[in-house]
Write a protein that binds this ligand. Sequence first.
Ligand code: AOF
Ligand code: ZN
Length: 385
Amino acid sequence: MKKTHSADSVKCQDEFYMSYALRLASLGRFTTTPNPNVGCVLVRHGQVVGEGYHLRLGEPHAEIHALQKAGRLAKGSVAYITLEPCCHYGKTPPCVEALIKAGVRRVVVAIEDPNPEIAGRGLYQLKQAGIEVTSGILSTEAQDLNPGFLKRMRTGLPYIQLKMACSLDGRTAMASGESQWITSEQSRQDVQFFRAQSSAILSTGVTVSADNPALTVRWESLPKKTQALYPQESLRQPVRIILDRHHKVTPQHQVVQQPGTCWLIRTKTDHQDWPNQVEQWIFSSIQWPDKKNAIDLGSLMTALAKREMNLIWVEAGAELAGGLLEAGLVDELILYMAPKLLGNTARGLCQLPGLNELAKAPEFVLQEVKQMGPDLRLRLKPDPG
Ligand code: AOF
Ligand code: ZN
């Protein structure tokens, strides 16, 4: 009886400190890509003696920050880490060695690191050194913090969030194409938050030539609560990736002019005078009867993962939305719904041309519903069936 009670209290304590480490980890959410968000807390005799999180590629890992803060007090402490510590020489030396050297007594992790360089070997080396290891504490929360990194490491594909905005009757734009400002200021601030934590924002030449969007992150447009946690200088511009097989993007468009990298995905190169931050990617096309010259989205995503794109935020029209859904590439649908009716002549959410039976309609599982000012935000995942 007594043993069960103490096991419960250890688990409770582990969860308490792990949730603190997760909060620290999330402070790197706008900056760490292509690396994961990781937090670390060192606890000795019930006191936090060191803490830290990973901020940016090439900079020290979470554990190193925490060990530096703890100094000699790290000896005999318990380390709570949101991801299995690394055991390889990457851009920085292995954290496992640093933890062993500092004399940490026990290591508690939320999840294993699927990076093939690590994949359980970090925990193994700790055990070999006589350190007690516990794994799986708040693993769901830790997975949710790093969907992009984890998916890329596990599958070689990025995690894709498809954003759509519509009216109550599921319409995205008037028949004329007029569409700006369907949703509210609060929803647009929320979009800024999602953009900021993505590796890249994906759109199309058709959307760029219709709306000339900047597709940037603007700190002053982030929610006030976010501004308080993340300093302006820590913002990074996600790569802007534009599917542009019809060469609609010109050097004058905002996606090209704004600071940050822009990749134009095309089937042929052109010889215009593009600024340095623009790169043209040439993709072989697939000739389908109904989609002449369409770029194979699966191959594109594999190529983007090879360029270390963890999380891709898609803001485009009905055609790309339909294409990604048909190809089974969408991991999450984020739908902002404004309390307006646009009527039957307005444009629909997504093109699914081959769909003629209800039984074949893509289905989703609702993950979350949140009110955003006057709008609703639905988060949905495709139903694996
Ligand atoms: C940790 N703690 O805080 C992070 C880890 O090139 P490097 O040295 O930055 O190593 C990158 C890899 O290390 C990354 O792909 C992931 O597997 C792991 N990230 N590991 O122990 C951390 N950010
Ligand atoms: Zn490390």
